[in-house]
Design a binder for this molecule. Sequence first.
Ligand code: SAM
Length: 330
Amino acid sequence: MVLRDAHNRIIRDLRVSLTDRCNFRCFYCLPNGEPPLARKETILTFEEIVRAVGIFVSLGVEKVRLTGGEPLIRRDLPALVEKLAKLKPGMKDLALTTNGFDLPRHAAALKRAGLDRVTISLDSLRRDRFHEITGVDALEKVLAAIDSAKLHGFEPVKINAVVVRGRNDDELADFAKFARETGVSFRLIEFMPLDSGHGWSRDMVVSGREVREKIEQVYPLRLKERTRGSGTAWKYAFADGSPGEIGIIAPVTEMFCGQCSRIRLTADGQIRTCLFSNVEHNLRDILRSSAGREEVVQFLESTIKTKEARHHINDTDFIQPSRTMSFIGG
Ligand code: SAM
């Protein structure tokens, strides 16, 4: 049995936000500090998360990514990972997206608990600029997090950078050089209208195509696979055979909704069928009622049927979701 939407897409990939709180203040996400936070009692407990994820996995979800807010803020995260890891082998991949600040402290415990992979956000390799972008003077800590992820066997380590015109688009060749020197997969993401300040504008978006061309002026690339599958990134190797990888994620200029296999569960138990949904589906109330498995399954099936055909960022009537990426879970 699988979760299939009304457009014949099968859901294989679940992103679970563990908290809406974050210790960074990235200008493209939380420029005005934290928006109103969810009340503590609305945040799903570990037991509720494990039950929900277990049902998703029984319905064909293969990849689970823990995110936030900053997921490492959630106390006892390794204990949750250990419980979720028991859902293998149905769940084939358990990953974490983090800003890396606290990763060195937790990496060994997370590995022991069964975490497979980590993605670390890193938007600049220049200390002052990193501080400006994230609000925290922590470049050294994030670089240490990357070392720590490699040391603990979370290979291949993925790095995410949101590329924003005039802020870090002059560092593209440096990001590529970093990928070559460290062997990481450096993924360059187009800026999406999901910032709490609603400051996004089209001229701040650096297209995936421009990103690729700028990198290729210095380091020629070779497309690794002719399709993205249900993944978000076009993956490139360095043409000269150097280690490392470049991933280009272009949701704004090269919409990939037709292949979307993703669904999101917010920290307060709402299902979002698209990053840009303007409606949410309240799984928390069902989990907290006396509903048995069958009722939860029915709820999930009918929710998935409402998954949007595509996002509308490029339409004139586009309405930015009221919740930011920090709440939705990137
Ligand atoms: N705190 C963790 C982190 O920093 O990776 C996990 C949550 S964060 C919301 C997940 C990813 O979303 C990050 O890689 C971040 O750069 C990305 N992100 C946040 N706001 C974005 C935006 N407006 N456009 C594109 N990506 C965004």
